[in-house]
Design a protein around this ligand. Structure first.
Ligand SMILES: [Cu+2]
Length: 151
């Protein structure tokens, strides 16, 4: 039985379609909960490390109208990492910066991610260990995470 999760990584277009579908589902629930208080709803593929056609490992994180990265922890293998952050928020702007406390520096980051935007960065990791990262806008509200490079 074919398993959709093993299909090639969807491009930006289908990713957007997936998000739209997720939003439709959300609205369809008809709950009275304020959006900011709702539990984060992740799109398909978010948080799953996959290997792209070019051999690079890929991971997508999601941010929304709260102060969390979803997921806030993930593990990659040494090598090139292509990290995408999708901000499905309707109002909130986020960013992502590695704190520099990891076993090696990661200069790449995402400076500004407005509502509905997504951005992809690519960087190399070689040493095992934990790399804390932060949304600098909301660090004091606890919007942090950790990328682990497996040994
Ligand atoms: Cu933020």
């Amino acid at each position: 039985m074919p398993h959709s999760a093993r299909r090639p990584v969807p491009g930006p277009r289908s990713k957007a379609a997936g998000l739209a579908a997720a939003l439709v589902l959300l609205t369809g629930c008809g709950g009275a909960e304020p959006e900011a208080a709702a539990a984060p709803t992740t799109s398909a593929g978010v948080g799953v490390v996959t290997t792209a056609a070019d051999g690079v490992q890929e991971i997508t994180l999601q941010t929304q109208d709260d102060y969390t990265f979803v997921p806030d922890t993930f593990t990659v293998a040494p090598g090139t990492v292509r990290l995408t952050v999708v901000n499905v928020a309707e109002q909130m702007t986020h960013n992502l910066e590695f704190d520099g406390d990891g076993p090696e520096p990661i200069e790449e980051g995402i400076d500004f991610l407005g509502p509905g935007q997504e951005e992809t960065i690519e960087f190399e990791v070689t040493a095992a260990g934990d790399h804390p990262f932060t949304c600098t806008f909301h660090a004091q509200l606890g919007q942090t995470g950790v990328m682990t490079v497996a040994g």
